[in-house]
Design a protein around this ligand. Sequence first.
Ligand code: ADP
Ligand code: MG
Length: 498
Amino acid sequence: MGRVGFGVAVGCAVVTCAIAAVLVGRRVQNRRKWRRAVEVLREFEEGCATSIGRLGQVVDAMAVEMHAGLASDGGSKLKMLLTFIDNLPDGNAKGTYYALDLGGTNFRVLRVRLGGKGSMIISHQVEYHPIPQELMSGTSEDLFDYIAMTLKQFVERADDGSEQKADEKKELGFTFSFPVRQMSVSSGILVKWTKGFSVEDAVGKDIAQCLEEAMTKAGLNMQVAALVNDIVGTLALCHYYDKDTVAAVIIGTGTNACYVERTDAIIKCQGLLKNSGGTVVNMEWGNFWSSHLPRTSYDIALDDESPNSNDQGFEKMISGMYLGEITRRVLYRMAQESDIFGDGAYNLSIRFILRTPSMAAMHEDDSPDLREVRRILTETLQVPHVSLRARRLIVRVCDIVTRRAARLAAAGIVGILKKIGRDGSGVASGRAKGTPRRTVVAIEGALYVNYSMFREYLNEAVVEILGEEAAQNVVLRVSEDGSGIGAALLAAAHSSNR
Ligand code: ADP
Ligand code: MG
């Protein structure tokens, strides 16, 4: 070999070594970044742990907070609102009843015909109507005149003259999904508007009376027999079909629960409630808080950046509004700390871009190459070319978020059962251990109904917390939204004709 040849050979070797070094260096760096992504996942998983011991603490905390909220107003983050509903529908009512459901930019009017014992609901009709934009920020008179006129036209259209005389007083269940301070089963003061309404002169007024005045003006002979929250309607509807129903839970965009409490246990209202049996309490459980809840830095950041920080803490870990957003926050952190999503992960920084139904679809993707995960990453998040193993990591994040949410909701439900002595322990409420009673909890809301992994985790956790034996007496029953028919049934149960 000549000198030149030797020089070339050495040069080639140096270049080869340099390339190899770069490749090895890059691989080491990639491995380090991958490990960082896995570390983010592991830390998150630890932070979300819901061991059976931890769930037991949440159960106890729920029962304790319920006691505190019943003892005094402001005694707990649980408001434990009185509904004055002491008579749940039992299938015996007969006749025609109406309902009005106002909770957003649309309202529904319903007419339900009940056949009395055995025949249950004979028929029902529903109509949806939009609220004109200008009425959402006008005067209460204009708003309720419009609603009363629409209701009157519906009554006239729906009236088949079969059983109710035109001049007979009709009874209405009014579902009003805004914060109300209830004064009786059929009256309540509007505390404030939410969801885009600002009919300011209605604040502080009895909302049932506003409606009744408008109905009278419209020439409609109808009275509000029950003013209710949607969760109470769900309890009523489920109780109508199954007398063992003692509580109802909604897990949809938000979350809430109500249950039947012994009247004498509601210390803050002694003397106010006349009946001796049970009465329905609207817990507003989305606002539940306990230091035992497994909270991560992602939850804290989500809360800090929310318009209602320090409020609805339980809801922010459980409900459909937030699960996708918690997942997005973890994925964004992974994107920042590693390069598993490539350079184009900008969309992961956009709040609420990942909705819970999309997150559920990724979680439930059972294709071997996680095709659905790839589709959502590409189309919704605009993060193409994510490797299969990184997609698997994403599915793990979804699983951790949903499992924690479902198990905490389960602990909340068992907390209610414990408070009313239906958890099989036989020690709550001083009740001696006797024959176990069948207990039904109604559950409504698209997160529970449509997201099967969530539902399975929740159902499993209830059994795990209660134990196999006690769990045999507890039925979680999927219920329809009761804000319509449930409210009409409550009107029947609290009708002055009864
Ligand atoms: P609302 O609570 O507003 O009365 P729903 O009970 O219909 O309404 O709940 C809607 C919420 O449920 C949505 O905001 C969404 O977060 C969640 N959701 C709906 N469908 C699914 C699904 N397939 N998987 C997971 N979450 C879902
Ligand atoms: Mg709903």
